[in-house]
Design a protein around this ligand. Structure first.
Ligand SMILES: [Ca+2]
Ligand SMILES: [Ca+2]
Length: 326
């Protein structure tokens, strides 16, 4: 009796030991990624902005010695819209602090302010997945690196900004906060040239529009972010009345279409860095859809284009300010 008890105890102890050993064996140390060690201080400050370690481990990459967020990483694409929005917003704040840059900058246009938001560098999927509703065949999805930060208009350029910057006081300023419309690509280039501004490239525009979100819109419901056929009453609206995207930009979906710098051509299938299309085609690009079109036409990935002299009532723009190279 005593012997069988002690055998049972021994067996139990052996079993416990075996279990413990198997647990120890499974607990492999985390692989040390050299660049993560090198950027320990950055990783800590990103964590303090509530970006989880798992996201940092899987989505922070090093380009030219600089740590950037890869919003095309598989791990990132599996996150929900709200997580992508939250972490992309935290990343923007972190980037601004780290480089001592203002999140918002105000440019003076003949006494009229134009507010701009800082866009941090990063990687993203440009174009749309094949199963996206409303997708068209010119939206071939490919990875794009945006290697340099820039400032882009928080709002579409307004009628007041256009008129004061161009020294044109002929029309009344009653609807001064509505976006400038009926402007051709050439008009935009004129405005930019006079004010040391630029039109965004198509890639800079889409990257800023998505603000980290890999889904069809910069958030869940297009109605929260933009004016389009179903909610606009077929009218253009003053800028900034809907919610901003996670990087603080308004009306990227709908209201007026926004001219971009590039000629409209098919996308590359390869991964590219800071793309810009300079070789002549028949149309210049405009993006974001407009007040008179359906929500699907306002998707982040949707592309439009026209000859550069077209002054359609639905055409406006948003400007870009490059940071001085260090
Ligand atoms: Ca717009
Ligand atoms: Ca299209």
């Amino acid at each position: 009796m005593f012997q069988s008890m002690s055998t049972k105890v021994c067996l139990a102890l052996l079993l416990a030991l075996a279990l413990l050993l198997s647990v120890v064996a499974q607990e492999k140390p985390l692989p040390v990624i050299p660049w993560l060690e090198k950027h320990e201080k950055d990783i800590d400050s990103l964590k303090s902005l509530q970006i989880p370690s798992e996201v940092l481990k899987n989505c922070m990459v090093e380009i030219n010695g600089e740590l950037i967020l890869d919003m095309s990483a598989d791990f990132w694409c599996r996150l929900g819209v709200n997580e992508q929005k939250q972490y992309a917003a935290a990343y923007q704040v972190w980037y601004a602090r780290k480089h001592g840059l203002e999140l918002e900058k105000v440019v003076n246009l003949n006494g009229v302010p134009l507010v701009m938001r800082l866009i941090p560098p990063g990687k993203f999927w440009m174009g749309s997945p094949e199963n996206e509703i409303g997708r068209e065949n010119d939206e071939n999805r490919h990875q794009v690196a945006i290697s340099k930060s820039y400032y882009i208009g928080k709002y579409e350029v307004t009628q007041l900004q256009l008129e004061s910057a161009m020294g044109n006081n002929s029309s009344s300023f009653k609807d001064s906060n509505t976006p400038a419309r009926g402007v051709s690509w050439n008009d935009c280039q004129n405005f930019c040239g006079k004010n040391s501004l630029k039109l965004p490239t198509e890639a800079q525009w889409e990257y800023a529009c998505r603000a980290g979100v890999t889904y069809a819109y910069c958030g869940t419901s297009p109605d929260e972010y933009g004016w389009y056929k179903d909610n606009s009453k077929d009218m253009i609206h003053p800028v900034g009345q809907k919610s901003p995207n996670s990087w603080g930009l308004y009306d990227m979906h709908g209201n007026v279409f926004e001219w971009c710098l590039d000629w409209k051509r098919d996308y590359s299938s390869e991964e590219v860095s800071d793309p810009i299309v300079l070789s002549t085609a028949s149309e210049r690009v405009f993006r974001g859809g407009s007040f008179s079109l359906n929500a699907q036409s306002c998707r982040s990935g949707n592309r439009g284009g026209s000859e550069e002299g077209n002054q359609g009532n639905y055409l406006g723009f948003r400007v870009l300010l490059k940071l001085t190279e260090k």
